[in-house]
Write a protein that binds this ligand. Structure first.
Ligand SMILES: Cc1ncc(COP(=O)(O)O)c(C=O)c1O
Length: 365
């Protein structure tokens, strides 16, 4: 039998990477999938000729129990990116059908998919820079912009934000949502919500359950803490009526069998979850200690990445890191002089900080 060579890892430009390259650039979970999730796929691989309905339904039921909501409050996505797209499309269609204008208001920098999907539909996007002293999301300015707009506004709030890894404090968030008129909608992207340690964080899922507003939609994903970015499983939670409207914009059967099985197994695997959180904390402390030692500023990370100061031009730093076989994040304008590094395993972060210190010795940092 002919043995096929293993597929080479490739970067986002399609260039093959040596296998020892450290990928600290896409906020993936370097621990890899929970063994229980891999086993669930292996045990059911012979069922892959069937449509995924049964296992998709089981996953929805598990998620409903996990979050203490009804199944009708959950919309599955092919990754939470699909859920983000459906929210933008649903509100755009709603505005059009009522003869209203529609805009998306986003902090900048933030994860770019809401902006991307809006731009593809020619929906105006208003960018509101983060507050300059602490890089917090400027909710007040976003509110003012929405208040002055004659139409529907969607606030896209990534919490914790990417690339800053900081949270919106619960009181601020609740006030903003509570004070909002009916034509303000809130998409709370909680892709990193599972990592948050700060007790000042409130998940939008709790706000939905408290019925703070009918206009909250939360998106979550299995791509981060649960380490299955390649399987594309995400979901949105809202009230049942909104979920029904969102579902019109989702592709049918959008959770594949492997993803549904792996996600269900991962939800039950509290041991993996605890291990992944502990590993992420250890990795974070290694990076924070090194940054302290080097006198480089960093933001309070509530996720699986750290935004930290760089004293040279970020693209130059990035390419020097790549020459040392480490891929780090990019510059997120308009923030200058900071770089995002994803947290790999503690061992990987030791390698990263050794390289950082080497850069200091070379006067590159
Ligand atoms: C804030 C945020 N939301 C959503 C996503 C996309 O997640 P998914 O893999 O579920 O589509 C990412 C991916 O990096 C992200 O950073």
């Amino acid at each position: 039998m002919i043995k096929k060579a293993p597929l080479a890892a490739i970067n986002h430009k399609g260039i093959a990477l040596p296998s020892d390259v450290l990928r600290l650039n896409f906020n993936e979970n370097a621990l890899g999938m929970p063994p229980s999730a891999k086993q669930a796929i292996a045990d059911h691989i012979n069922l892959a000729f069937r449509y995924p309905d049964e296992y998709r339904r089981k996953l929805i039921s598990k998620l409903a129990t996990r979050h203490n909501v009804t199944e009708s409050q959950i919309s599955m996505g092919n990754g939470s990116s699909e859920n983000i797209r459906s929210v933008v499309q649903m509100l755009n269609t709603k505005a059009l059908s009522q003869g209203l204008k529609f805009q998306v208001i986003i902090p900048t920098p933030t994860f770019h998919f809401a902006e991307l999907y809006a731009s593809l539909l020619n929906i105006p996007v208003v960018r509101v820079p983060l507050i300059s002293d602490d890089f917090a999301i400027d909710l007040e300015t976003m509110q003012c912009i929405a208040d002055k707009f004659d139409g529907i506004s969607l606030f896209y709030l990534v919490n914790p934000n990417n690339p800053t890894s900081t949270i919106i404090k619960s009181k601020k968030l609740q006030k903003c949502i509570k004070d909002a008129p009916d034509n303000h909608y809130f998409l709370l992207d909680e892709a990193y919500g599972d990592y948050v340690r700060d007790p000042g964080f409130t998940s939008g899922i709790d706000l939905i359950k408290q019925q703070l507003s009918d206009n909250i939609i939360v998106t979550r994903t299995f791509s981060k803490l649960y380490a299955m970015a390649g399987l594309r499983v995400g979901y949105a939670i809202s009230n049942a009526l909104t979920v029904k409207s969102l579902e019109s914009f989702m592709s049918l059967d959008n959770t594949n069998l492997a993803g549904a099985l792996a996600a269900s197994a991962a939800l039950d695997d509290t041991e993996f979850r605890d291990y992944a959180l502990q590993s992420n904390n250890e990795a974070r402390l290694i990076v924070e200690n090194a940054l302290d030692e080097l006198g480089l500023r960093y933001l309070d990370s509530q996720a699986c990445f750290v935004l930290h100061e760089i004293t040279t031009e970020v693209p130059l730093y990035q390419s020097r890191m790549a020459e040392h076989n480490i891929l780090v994040g990019r510059e997120f304008l308009p923030i200058r002089g900071y770089n995002r590094v994803s947290l790999g395993t503690p061992e990987q972060m030791q390698k990263f900080v050794t390289t950082l210190k080497l850069f200091r010795d070379k006067n590159w940092l």
